[in-house]
Design a protein around this ligand. Structure first.
Ligand SMILES: NC(=O)c1ccc[n+]([C@@H]2O[C@H](COP(=O)([O-])OP(=O)(O)OC[C@H]3O[C@@H](n4cnc5c(N)ncnc54)[C@H](O)[C@@H]3O)[C@@H](O)[C@H]2O)c1
Length: 356
């Protein structure tokens, strides 16, 4: 296997500059839910030929902050107004988890394309229903799985895709937080859909499956615990740690571990390790940041195992430009709803395996 990695993109993927024909008007995006959703306001505002045309939140201060960030002419609207004719072309849902399905469904029924924060929905069945609704109306439904476009994760995916690792037979992924159990609705299973398996696990399992091209999951095991959260005030009813194991079609396995709380040396310990027949790689977080990652590649020879350099790989696209291009030109979205639905279905299976 040569280590020359070809700089090419899969059909359907886009550069950040690719987009909408100059002769067409901008794609108008509306964002509902403006806490984490502020990232999406700024993200879409930065995309060429795109307008953040409307924002919606119950909190006036957050709404004012979004208006300051968004395109000139952006309006603060109610949810009902967002769905009216000719206000926006696409909606971004960044509300608490239990609201995703209903808001996305209403937007699709109003003829709008939809991008949804992770998790797409709190159950696989709701997610699958959205995918079918979008398909039957020729609309885009996509998830904003932002770690896919982190530079190191993107490069890792390129190495797998171009065969540099050979056949990948094992993956290990974790996101272990020492002391970061989100409060409020995140601790209420009825609202969040689950605890750390759903919250951090959606990211980690999506990455592991995406790296391997979403093979069928043949078998799963999972064990959850809420031993540490139980000691907290307002402990809610979700788990604070999970260990899971998957057997994939083709013979690969995935070990996954996630925690909100633990007696751990690092505040944030995030890892994706892929072991292939030709080489292995690790994508691990730098320091206590979970937004900054390093990629290292290893190759073994008899009696030794060495770190090797890898070629410069293409930059990731912008998740926002990718979604706009999918809306405007019909290319496949980088995080299509059916893959997000597969992750939601997997998480359902893991909760069932864990006896929840
Ligand atoms: N990708 C990531 O790294 C990441 C990080 C944080 C959160 N998230 C996801 O983002 C979503 C939102 O999480 P959050 O932490 O911002 O939640 P949050 O509860 O902190 O904020 C939700 C916002 O929605 C608004 N809101 C609630 N009900 C509303 C309604 N009926 N109409 C209009 N606005 C309403 C609230 O006023 C608030 O501003 C969740 O699905 C979460 O899982 C993703």
């Amino acid at each position: 296997m040569s280590w020359q990695v070809v700089e090419q993109r899969e059909e359907g993927q886009v550069d950040t500059q690719i987009g909408i024909d100059d002769s067409t008007r901008p794609v108008r995006v509306g964002v509902v839910g403006l806490r984490h959703g502020m990232r999406h306001v700024a993200g879409f505002h930065a995309v060429a030929r795109t307008e953040v045309a409307a924002v919606c939140d119950l909190d006036p201060e957050r709404t004012r902050a979004a208006l300051r960030t968004a395109s000139p002419g952006c309006r603060a609207v109610s949810w009902a107004e967002m769905l009216e004719d000719d206000v926006v072309d696409a909606v971004v849902v960044s509300l608490p988890n239990d609201m995703h399905a209903a808001y996305a469904r209403e937007a699709l029924q109003a003829g709008l394309h939809v991008a949804v924060e992770k998790p797409l929905c709190v159950t696989g069945a709701e997610a699958r229903e959205l995918v079918e609704l979008a398909e039957s109306n020729e609309l885009v439904v996509a998830a904003l799985h932002d770690f896919r476009v982190d530079r190191a994760h993107w490069a890792a995916r390129e190495l797998v895709r171009t065969g540099a690792l050979g056949h990948v037979y094992a993956a290990r992924t974790r996101w272990l937080r020492r002391d970061n159990a989100p409060g409020s609705w995140y601790r209420d299973r009825a609202r969040a859909g689950g605890g750390v398996l759903l919250d951090l696990g959606t990211h980690r399992l999506d990455l592991a499956l995406w790296m391997l091209d979403f093979p069928q999951v043949l078998d799963v095991r999972a064990v959850t615990s809420r031993a540490l959260l139980r000691r907290c005030e307002d402990d809610g009813d979700v788990e604070d740690s999970v260990a899971a194991w998957l057997e994939l079609d083709g013979g690969a396995t995935v070990h996954a571990e996630m925690s909100f709380l633990g007696h751990l040396p690092r505040a944030e310990d995030v890892l994706l390790e892929l072991r292939g027949t030709e080489a292995s790689l690790r994508v691990s977080n730098v320091g206590d940041s979970y937004r900054d990652y390093d990629l290292t590649v290893f190759r073994g020879r008899p009696g030794a195992h060495e770190q090797v350099s890898y070629p410069v790989l293409p930059d990731p696209p912008s998740l926002y430009a990718d979604f706009v291009a999918a809306v405007a030109t019909g290319t496949a979205a980088l995080c299509p709803g059916d893959q997000a639905a597969a992750v939601a279905e997997l998480i359902d299976r893991l909760y069932t395996a864990a006896g929840r």
